[in-house]
Design a binder for this molecule. Structure first.
Ligand SMILES: Cc1cc2nc3c(=O)[nH]c(=O)nc-3n(C[C@H](O)[C@H](O)[C@H](O)COP(=O)(O)OP(=O)(O)OC[C@H]3O[C@@H](n4cnc5c(N)ncnc54)[C@H](O)[C@@H]3O)c2cc1C
Length: 417
């Protein structure tokens, strides 16, 4: 009798585990069950439709630092299927990739469909059974086997289950967190869940005035002594929005503060250094030189030599300095206040942008899963991979990389009888 394996969820982790299982145990009967009518719905829309497949960073130690939760657990999976292995795997399966300047890896076609297409072609040539438009409603352990209960369909009896139902972010893609209940019913615990990688809303309303303005390299973090958050800082691009801030540096911060509580009454105070490569003293000397050479120029226009004019207007408004004032008349104290503001823009975070986070932080407790096989330590024959686990990374291809790596490992391990 061939071994029967049910893979619950045809997202990144499920697809990779199926592909590897197919290769390692060609005789196994493999079922991929997904409630969607197609495979890899989230993969297709990831990276703005371009699919940031993995990272170009080669050093695995560095890669593992990009996971605020789960980095250590990932060590084994990541060594077995590293970002460069992922790169080669997709290229050898007919998807040429490219590494962009910021180390993100995309298909050269800039089309996420091509990534999912690899799996579709593989499965078409094989006996993998795609059970689409089908929702799993429960999983029971019966002796050494599993009974997978399906909505409006007879149940499926299998020898092994790979649970890859993802998190609960972007629920419209089918990832509604169902797997947490299945894992719990099979004896697992789920750690606290929280949205991660989201834009942040601020109490300040001035970001709306410069919505759309971005800075390529800023540094930001919580202000003052906030216990374990006190020294936390992230850096990278920022985008001002109608309600606050967004962009990779902000997503990284949102990830680090995923479990912090804050609201309009108890905002989280952060500061943004808009010019992290410049010292206040150097900035002050440069602006003083311009001021001296242009005594009759308005202060607004002087500031606009350093930052976009719309932001210069915000600075004047926020600091209550008349922007039309001749630069000659601006006091040393006001000049210093402007420079301090640029080096530490104060913002009060009141909420996360709900519903459009990229990933769910938290998940199946990693203590209950063997990191060298992805098999449950509680329920033999049950494997986990992907975002359902208590693993989440920053933006930059790290979340898909974790799904490919854990999916690869789960597929390999499940192939052993
Ligand atoms: C908008 C967006 C953009 C992103 N961009 C990137 C990026 O560019 N790079 C990157 O690394 N990461 C990105 N991510 C994160 C990344 O896409 C996910 O972490 C990754 O896809 C998770 O893979 P997964 O296989 O664990 O779960 P998912 O891809 O979420 O797949 C889970 C699957 O399980 C199915 N399912 C769930 N419950 C059931 C059930 N009861 N019955 C049947 N089927 C079920 C779902 O339909 C779904 O297809 C992005 C996320 C979002 C939301």
């Amino acid at each position: 009798m061939p071994m029967k394996v049910a893979i619950i969820g045809g997202g990144a982790a499920g697809l990779m585990s199926a592909a590897i299982l197919l290769e390692a145990a060609p005789k196994a009967e493999i079922f991929i069950i997904d409630k969607n009518d197609g495979l890899g719905k989230k993969v297709i829309i990831s990276g703005g439709g371009r699919c940031n497949v993995t990272t170009g960073i080669q050093d695995i130690k560095v890669v593992l630092t990009k996971y605020p939760r789960g980095g250590k657990f990932l060590t084994s999976a990541m060594h077995k299927f590293s970002p460069s292995d992922v790169y080669q795997w997709f290229e050898s399966h007919g998807v040429p990739l490219k590494i962009e300047a910021d180390s993100r890896v995309f298909p050269r076609s800039n089309d996420g469909h091509d990534v999912v297409g690899v799996f579709e072609k593989l499965f078409k040539k094989s006996d993998v059974k795609l059970v689409l438009n089908t929702q799993v409603i429960n999983i029971k352990k019966i002796g050494k086997s599993f009974e997978v209960e399906l909505k409006d369909e007879p149940p499926l009896l299998v020898d092994k289950v790979i649970l890859t139902t993802g998190g609960q972010a972007y629920r419209q893609t089918g990832s509604t967190g169902d797997g947490y209940a299945f894992a719990t019913s099979l004896g697992h615990t789920i750690t606290e869940l929280a949205p991660s990688l989201s834009a942040l809303f601020t109490q300040e309303t001035w970001p709306a005035k410069i919505a759309g303005l971005s800075f390529q390299s800023v540094s930001l973090g919580p202000e003052g002594r906030l216990g374990r958050l006190g020294r936390l800082r992230t850096s990278g691009p920022i985008l001002f929005t109608h309600k606050g801030i967004s962009g990779p540096a902000v997503f990284a911060l949102s990830s680090l503060i995923a479990f912090e509580k804050f609201d309009a009454k108890h905002p989280l105070e952060i500061v943004v250094d808009l010019l992290p490569d410049k010292k206040v003293s150097d900035l002050t000397s440069s602006i003083e030189a311009i001021k001296l050479a242009n005594p009759r120029k308005s202060w607004l226009n002087i500031l606009a030599e350093f930052v976009p004019k719309s932001l210069a207007e915000v600075i004047c408004l926020e600091l209550k300095i008349d922007g039309e004032k001749k630069s000659h008349d601006v006091s040393k104290k006001d000049l210093a206040r402007c420079m301090d503001w640029l080096k530490g823009v104060p913002l009060h975070i009141i909420s996360r942008s709900a519903g459009d986070e990229f990933v769910t932080a938290g998940g199946v407790n990693l203590k209950e899963v063997d990191p060298t096989t992805m098999q449950s330590k509680i329920c033999p024959g049950l494997y986990f991979a992907g975002e359902i686990l208590d693993i989440d990374g920053f933006t930059g291809g790290f979340n898909l990389q974790a799904s490919w790596a854990t999916g690869h490992l789960a597929g390999t391990s499940a192939s052993h009888h």
